[in-house]
Every structure is written in C-alpha cells, then in structure tokens.
Write a protein that binds this ligand. Structure first.
Ligand code: PMP
Length: 444
C-alpha cells in the first residue's frame, strides 16, 4: 500500500477535526488551555497537526514520572494481559494488595489502610465519610480558596464561589477558615503570615460551627489557589487546634503527593502526622486512581459495605501506581528537589526584574508566579491588584509563540503554574523560564 500524505487521507484527523467533534459532542472544556494531544513522551506533547509542545503542566500535575514512562507502561500492559477488572472489592487481587502495603510504607506517620477510588474528589468525599463514621460528628472545616473537587460533597469544601455558581445546595455544615496566603492575608494585614494566623481556625470553629467537628481538611500546599505554601508552624498549629476539638486532620495530597513538592508527600515538609491522607493525580502517572489512607484504628470504623466503588482500585491502575512509586523512589523525587532549587532562584530573578511579578512561591516542582497590576492596590488594600488578564495573555503567548504549555491558576486566576513532569531536564526547564521571561517582556 502506497503511503498517503496526511492531508490526502480520507477523514484525516487534525486539530480542527478533533476540536470540532469536541464542540459538537463533549461537554464544555477548559477553553483557555486548549492543546489537542495525539501522543506524548517525557515532557513533550504532539498535536494532530505535528506541532510539539513543552509540557510544564503535566495534565494538571499528574504525569509526575513523565509521559509514556516505560516502566509504568510496561507494568500496565503486563496487568492488561492478566485481567482488567473484577471489582477490587469483590475480587481481591495482587496489584491492590501490593499497592496498599506499599502506600502504608510511604505515607507519613502510621497510616496503614487504604481505600481505592478513581479520582481526587472521590478520595476527599470518602475521607469525609470515614471521618464522620469514626468521630460520630458531622461538620467539616476547610480553607477559603482551597480546592478539593467538583462533586457536590467536595465542592462544598472548595472555598471558591466561582466553582459553585448555579450548583448549590452542596453538602451542609462546612465552614471555611483563612488560608495561609501571606501575600494577601486578611489577618496579618498583608504582611507575611506566621503560625499565629492558624488561630483563625479556633475562631471559625467557635463562631461558625457547633463545635462538634468531624474533620479539618487542608491542602499542605494549596494548588488551585495559586501554589500557596504555609509559613513555618502554620500546619502544625492547625493540627493542634483540630485535635483539641477531637476532629481528624485530613491532608489533601491529591495535587502535592507522589513527589510533586520534592518529597513523596508534602506533609513530610512539616512536623505533622495527618489522620487521613487523600491521593490521586500523580499516584498512577495518569491512569485514573484515587485513594485515601488512614491508621488502622480510624480505617476500621468502616464496616463491610460502608463504602465501595465498582472501578476503585482497578488492577491496571494499581500496577501502574506500583511502577510509578518505584520510579519516584529510584531518583525522580530527588531530581525534582534539585531542579526545584534551581527553579526557585530563576523565578526569584523574574520577581526582581518584573514589576508585574508580584510574588513567586513553591516547593519542589510546584511553583506559582503571581501576576499583578503594580499600579493598583488589591485585596486587603495592601497588595497590588491581581491581574488575570495578564496571566491569560502570558499563557496564550507561551502556547502560540513558544509552544510551551503552562497552566494558569490562583483564586484570582492570575498565577502562572510551573508543574512539569518531575523528570524534566535542566535544559527543558531553562527553556520554560526563558520563554516565560520573553512573554513577560512582551507585556510591556
Ligand atoms: N484535591 C485537590 C487538592 C486537587 O488539586 C484536586 C484537583 N485539582 C482535587 C482534589 C480533585 O481531583 P479530581 O479532579 O481528580 O477529582
């Protein structure tokens, strides 16, 4: 058969044919970051028209050990040949057994038992059910600006109205406390927060709840809020207040887990021992898997039939997760930590150089670059006004002129997000930073 050029092929797939099918038949997508993907390897995405992009967003912080990681692909293929599905809660299988044991080893503290589901939001909702069952209490406190998912339970915890418009009512009895967002902290008048800002939790429990709390749910580093890293002692104080109220500390590591912050779990950066850790995103390098892990005592509050998921703990996804953890422990977490240190210095240079860069912050390979209008005062009448238009323009330019895919996030949608595959090379990172500098120069 003679080879046809792509354009001569009948019904040739192109970016526009895929996008048009999406328009017709897929419910709305996130239009602002719209790069069709045909295939991907390492940190490179290829679209249907043959264009290549440097991916510094990892499919929203998921492919931590790189697109197409060989060990992960091989592990998944081997399990596909064995069997694909039996429902892991009906047919106990080796990948689930091995992965649960492995997670007990690698999670912080003495967490021992895991429930497997399919996504982050399910992990958060399952964790709330477990906390309710264990404590006998119902109410939950989460952080303003925090993100925990979009199903109706997790959406109630998500501390950002923009995700809730037209969706209420969500889960009842959720109160919100102030996040450790030093750049715009209401409590400390715009100065850098310190651990005492966590005392707001005590006030919120006192004034917005019955005092009978099942759980306080926090992201150790807030992802969707714009990469917010708490100050020293803040998370420790949150843990103390939570336990004073006989509630469980649920640490949502959906975005921060599996090496993202230069530790296997971000909780390891702090002196805390979470009661429940939620996981998803990076756990299986892109295969759908979520999980929450608790101590034996807490986990045993669930009796048979209390919680179940048909697809949860899919053996192929669990086999991929085991290979992902091997890869992470085989040097990738360390690599992320080292590259992150270099990136921190480079981003600080951008902050010094450009007035529109209000603050850069992060850990490991999870970094945010907050863009502002330096001329105008912003929230709390202290910090410069957040500028979401600048961030949208920078992201668009990076994609269209530089073939770099960089996420935008933040409560005010004004934060550029560096969350590349943790395997990213120094030269790829250099390219991403240099293209970001060029995009910032073009704003003037
Ligand atoms: N928790 C956190 C901290 C997240 O960042 C996210 C996703 N951005 C979720 C929960 C929800 O995960 P999913 O989209 O897999 O439901």
């Amino acid at each position: 058969m003679s080879e046809q050029q792509p354009s001569e092929r009948p019904n040739a797939v192109s970016n526009s044919s895929v996008l048009s099918a999406y328009d017709d038949h897929v419910m709305p997508i996130w239009k602002s970051l719209n790069v069709p993907v045909k295939r991907a390897a390492g940190c490179t995405l290829e679209d249907f028209d043959g264009n290549e992009y440097l991916d510094v967003f990892s499919g929203i912080s998921v492919v931590n050990v790189g697109h197409g990681n060989e060990a992960v692909v091989e592990a998944a293929k081997a399990q596909l040949d064995e069997f694909v599905h039996g429902c892991s809660y009906v047919h106990p299988n080796e990948p689930v057994a091995d992965l649960a044991a492995r997670i007990a080893e690698i999670t912080p503290g003495d967490l021992e038992k895991t429930f497997f589901c399919n996504s982050g939001t399910e992990a958060v909702e399952g964790a709330i059910k477990l906390a309710r069952k264990y404590t006998g209490s119902k109410e939950v406190v989460a952080l303003e600006m925090g993100f925990h998912g979009r199903t109706l339970g997790s959406l109630a915890l998500t501390g950002n109205n923009s995700y809730k418009k037209g969706m209420a009512p969500t889960l009842n009895d959720v109160a919100h406390t102030a996040p450790p967002y030093g750049y715009r902290c209401a409590r400390c008048d715009g100065d850098q927060c310190d651990a005492s800002c966590a005392d707001e939790l005590e006030r919120v429990i006192g004034s917005h709840t019955s005092g009978d709390i099942a759980a306080v749910v926090v992201e150790p580093v807030m992802g969707e809020a714009g990469i917010v890293v708490p100050p020293e002692g803040w998370l420790e104080r949150v843990q103390e207040i939570t336990h004073d109220h006989d509630a469980l500390l649920v640490v949502d590591e959906v975005q921060t887990g599996y090496g993202r912050t230069g530790e296997l779990f971000a909780s390891n950066h702090f002196d805390v021992e979470p009661d429940i850790v939620t996981q998803a995103k990076g756990i299986a390098n892109g295969l759908p898997l979520g999980a929450f892990t608790a101590s034996k005592e807490i986990a045993d509050a669930f009796e048979s039939g209390d919680h179940l998921s048909t697809f949860g703990g899919n053996p192929v996804a669990c086999a991929a997760a085991l290979a992902t953890i091997d890869e992470l422990e085989g040097g990738i977490v360390e690599h992320a930590r080292e590259q992150g240190e270099w990136l921190a210095t480079e981003l600080q240079a951008l902050e010094d150089e450009f007035d529109v860069v209000g603050q850069t912050r992060g850990l490991g390979l999870m970094w945010g670059v907050e863009l502002v209008d330096p001329e105008e005062t912003g929230p709390q009448n202290v910090s410069p006004r957040p500028d979401s238009e600048l961030a949208a323009a920078v992201s668009k330019r990076l994609r269209e002129e530089s073939n770099v895919v960089m996420g935008v996030g933040g409560y005010y949608k004004n934060v550029m997000r560096f969350q590349p595959p943790l395997t990213i090379t120094r030269s790829e990172l250099e390219r991403a930073v240099s293209e970001l500098r060029t995009a910032l120069e073009h704003l003037n």
